[in-house]
Write a protein that binds this ligand. Structure first.
Ligand SMILES: [Fe+2]
Length: 383
């Protein structure tokens, strides 16, 4: 096994009501003026005001940037950076789900490294630590609040750029399920399936280790047990809390074992058609894993067990089939569309999508490397 490094923020606050304790920790960072990167919805419902008031009470000034789009763009990063510089903010707080966290990472990285976010596409391109970033999470979830992954859409090329950079790791994450209970059912479903995808892709990854396996399997188990409940009743705080832990565990797994073709292919759908990340992943997940089952059925057999399937007496290949059907059943139960056709994906775009997918850094650790025809065949199967 190759050498292994484990990345995550140095401080991570978890559990119901943890935001209060996190506020004291933010004060102890000794920083005075925050750019709060968020989105319009969270600003409108008053969540942003709640947080900035709490910051104000602790003597921390804040400036709000709420123009983050669902798939944050290079322009979003540039606009946020201008606001940060005009107001001489000395740190960044992201408040929301993956989109504000990724946008905030882009802003904080360019603030210290210069240039434009496009310059940092790829793995560890930056040379300096970003401005300190505190990531307060409201979904369960992309786990972007703990990862070194930053996905920004280049609106000129219609491509989602994968920026995988240790310098984008936040200095602190906050996962307070109190902030998640307002998530609508569809967002709960999509972000929950994103987390399941993180865990499964990390588990079958070519660079998985016992450390990432442990996080991934526990995440899969919790998602299979609690996602239906969290979607069915947003006020079910046990389900919300367990999903918050599950998505964090899935994040710990993929932040260190990376991902695979589900993300590489979903990024293209997101960039090309501006579709929600979690939904694209959910639809592609069983089809990519059917492809991976050709080489790693034993790993997918473990996924089946973690999802609560009875695999007694089955071969690994048969047990892997059980994992695929369990994923499809979970998706259907929480209202995820059955195929890409429903999302408006067109067959004539497959060649471009597949070509770009094969260039996405997330695909490098998929257990079986595909050629263009094979990626097109997976998109086709997912229609
Ligand atoms: Fe994801």
């Amino acid at each position: 096994m190759a050498a292994f490094s484990f990345f995550m923020p140095p401080v991570n606050h978890m559990g119901e009501g943890c935001l209060e304790g996190a506020m004291n920790d933010i004060v102890s960072l000794g920083l005075t003026k925050a750019l709060v990167v968020t989105d319009e919805v969270l600003n409108k419902i008053g969540l942003v005001a709640d947080v900035t008031e709490q910051l104000g009470a602790k003597g921390i000034a804040s400036v709000i940037f709420d123009d983050t789009q669902p798939n944050p763009t290079c322009s979003n990063v540039a606009e946020g950076l201008t606001l940060l510089e005009e107001n001489e903010c000395n740190f960044v707080i992201s408040l929301g789900g993956g989109s504000p966290h990724d946008c905030a990472k882009g802003i904080a990285l360019v603030a210290t490294n210069g240039g434009a976010i496009k310059d940092y596409e790829g793995v560890n391109v930056s040379s300096k630590p970003q401005l300190p970033l505190v990531a307060i999470n409201t979904t369960a979830g992309t786990a972007s609040e703990i990862t070194r992954f930053c996905i920004i859409t280049d609106e000129e090329r219609h491509v989602k750029m994968a920026i995988v950079d240790k310098n984008t790791t936040p200095v602190m994450s906050v996962n307070d399920p109190e902030l998640m209970k307002g998530m609508p059912a569809s967002l709960t479903a999509a972000t929950g399936m994103d987390a399941l995808t993180h865990a499964i892709e990390a588990y079958v990854s070519t660079i998985a280790t016992p450390v990432t396996d442990c996080s991934a399997l526990k995440a899969i188990e919790l998602i299979a047990r609690f996602l239906r409940r969290a979607v069915g009743n947003g006020a079910d705080m046990e389900a919300r809390e367990q999903m918050a832990y599950a998505q964090l565990l899935a994040g710990m797994a993929f932040n260190n074992a990376s991902l695979g073709y589900v993300h590489a292919m979903a990024h293209q759908l997101g960039g090309f058609y501006d579709l929600p990340h979690g939904v694209c992943n959910a639809v592609l997940l069983p089809h990519v894993q059917a492809y991976n089952a050709r080489v790693r059925p034993e790993r997918l057999a473990d996924v089946a067990v973690a999802m609560g399937e009875n695999v007694e007496g089955l071969t690994d290949v048969e047990a892997a089939e059980k994992a695929l059907s369990a994923i499809k059943r979970l998706s259907a139960d929480i209202g995820i569309p059955a195929g890409l056709t429903e999302l408006g994906v067109k067959e004539e775009d497959f060649e471009v999508l597949a070509t770009n997918a094969l260039q996405d850094a997330c695909g490098l650790t998929n257990p079986k490397q595909a050629n263009l025809e094979e990626v097109i065949a997976i998109y086709s199967a997912a229609m």
